[in-house]
Ligand binder design. Structure first.
Ligand SMILES: CC(C)(COP(=O)(O)OP(=O)(O)OC[C@H]1O[C@@H](n2cnc3c(N)ncnc32)[C@H](O)[C@@H]1OP(=O)(O)O)[C@@H](O)C(=O)NCCC(=O)NCCS
Length: 152
């Protein structure tokens, strides 16, 4: 199992992973079109967890946008296909992306805005910035100044 950046032809499959919670009242095709045209999605880099050529989970990484400071990253849109949930794939993906950003991209802190119970992310070491819904994890070189990135 490993993590890599997603390829362009994988994006529809990635968008489909969160369709059950993020499509609102849209049809599947309408939802895909919204995702394909999303400026937010175009501003980030998608990462996927892969095993035997199968994509098991995905998330997007933001940098230099949404008020994220130098050396800070944002992660979002974590999703696993419905049929593969509950097997630890999102946990593995977030952990591997964390390592990638801290060790290979000199990240000092990673922020996220949780749409789900914070417990999922606090188990992974993220701490909540009280009263904001925003969480972060940092290394020892990061001095948090209290500024919260915009929602992403
Ligand atoms: C949340 C999600 C990414 C978890 O993926 P996964 O591969 O099943 O995750 P894991 O197997 O690593 O972890 C499963 C844990 O996530 C928890 N979880 C799943 N959905 C949750 C939710 N809506 N609120 C809180 N926790 C949730 C499960 O309770 C489970 O905890 P347990 O191990 O104590 O039973 C997946 O359910 C999903 O794609 N949901 C739809 C998109 C979404 O809401 N993403 C979150 C954006 S912040």
């Amino acid at each position: 199992m490993y993590v890599r950046e997603a390829q362009a032809q994988e994006l529809d499959a990635i968008y489909a992973m969160g369709c059950d919670v993020w499509s609102d009242d849209l049809s599947y095709e309408e939802y895909l079109n919204v995702c394909r045209n999303s400026e937010k999605y175009q501003a980030g880099i998608w990462y996927v967890l892969v095993e035997n050529d199968q994509i098991l989970s995905s998330l997007i990484v933001y940098h230099d946008i949404f008020g994220l400071k130098d050396d800070c990253f944002g992660i979002g849109s974590v999703a696993t296909p419905n049929s593969l949930r509950g097997r630890g794939y999102a946990t593995t993906l977030v952990n591997l992306v964390k390592d990638e950003l801290f060790f290979y991209h000199n990240g000092k802190a990673i922020f996220l805005h949780s749409d789900i119970d914070n417990k999922f992310y606090s188990r992974l070491g993220f701490v909540e910035i009280k009263g904001t819904g925003c969480m972060y994890i940092s290394n020892r070189h990061f001095g948090f100044d209290g500024s919260v990135p915009a929602y992403f």
